[in-house]
Design a protein around this ligand. Sequence first.
Ligand code: ADP
Ligand code: MG
Length: 471
Amino acid sequence: MQDIWNAALRELQTKVSTENFESWFEKIRFHHCDEEIFYLAVDDDFFKAWIEDNYLDLIEDALAEATGEAVEVVLDVEEALEGEGQALQVDLDGQRQAARTARLDDDIQTALFDYADEEQQSRDLDQVVSDSGMNPRYTFDEFVVGTSNQFTYAACRAVANTPAQTYNPLFIFGGVGLGKTHLLQAIGVQMLEQDPRAKVMYLSSEEFMNQLITSLRNKEMNSFRNQFRNDCDLLLVDDIQFIGGKDSTQEEFFHTFNALYQSGKQIVVTSDKSPQDLPGIEERLASRFSWGLIADIQPPGIETRVAILEKKAEADGIEMNKDVAMLLASSIRSNVRELEGTLIRLGAQASLMGTPLTVEFAREMLDRMNIDHRRRIGVDEIMRTVASHFDITVSDMKGPRRTRAISEPRQIAMYLSRKHTKHSYPELGRRFGGKDHTTVLAACKKLRELVEIEDNDFARSIADLESILFR
Ligand code: ADP
Ligand code: MG
């Protein structure tokens, strides 16, 4: 439940100003949840009234988003937290105080202060990163590398390690939700990590245009130019495609680019298309984009999708087994953002309903979300894939022979067919060349038991076969 409140907080953080968030939302504590009512604790009556008058709807919306269900929020004033929320609150002041009053020995006190310092530092960095308009979670560490993105990932790392010395500019392009913004910001986050005073400027090309318009209107072009051309060590421009056809914005961006480039500052740009394919971009700008390195991101394959889900689940404390990961990764193929969003919704729903995140539960939820999770593979494809993997023929598989070299792959194919299609045992018996349903049943039972033994080669080879099937 605390997870859901944390998810709602993250959502709220994107909806209100940092100042607002810190003054109000950060100070609200999750207390407990009963039926669909969320009980939140606040410090005093004034606080309670202010939130109720101004932000209750916003909070309910964020919680509804996180859980996928309509929820009601009740605020209560509370001096001290009790119950489940308490253990989860990291109250550093409280810890310091406790350390003092308990007269803990020096070692423990020092350790506590060190811990507090470290916390403080990482929070400061988060603050600096957020102040630059970036997401502190978009780091290289949080990015899962696979064949679809390793080239771009390596290019971004190189640029972050030695700005303006390897590839300048770096131009990243690829489809929606594939991690362009994440990698772009990871460069900025790393630079700020190394030097919190570095002048990292992150913005979308649309924001660039808006700032330009405002500066023109307010006759502040000098400070606009100064900010971009002289007061910037690293310029990260997201979604450059937006300035296609916007001539005066391109003109200004062109000069910004030149000024920065000439003074040896790194520029990184993302786009949904390659420079040549960008509509409405002037030739001189497109050609500058090609001066450095152009790197594209492709949609991730099934293994990478599973790895992304696992990383995300771990980060968000969602318990998810391999089968659920496989189900999600094979249902949502092209967009990582959607993949992540679905996982979070499923996790929140499971936790709200107090059930484990099983495959059955996940299927039901995907149905409700109208996400097609019916396997696109059929029995024939499974037979073909398994047969070729074990170097036998499909007729062997359907035939009567029962030597081990044939019966083992046959049993595996039966098991996979049962697991990944909707056919009944008798139906599967027919598909496997007219076998009795008890044969199929016995094969499935045996295989299920074999696979369940933790950490064995057999289970791994079945998983390999599944990744071939769902690639
Ligand atoms: P884009 O800018 O290409 O549309 P984003 O960078 O916004 O995509 O990515 C969408 C979401 O998917 C983000 O939450 C991002 O962290 C996540 N994401 C995308 N690719 C990966 C990856 N390879 N590893 C981890 N997270 C990823
Ligand atoms: Mg983006």
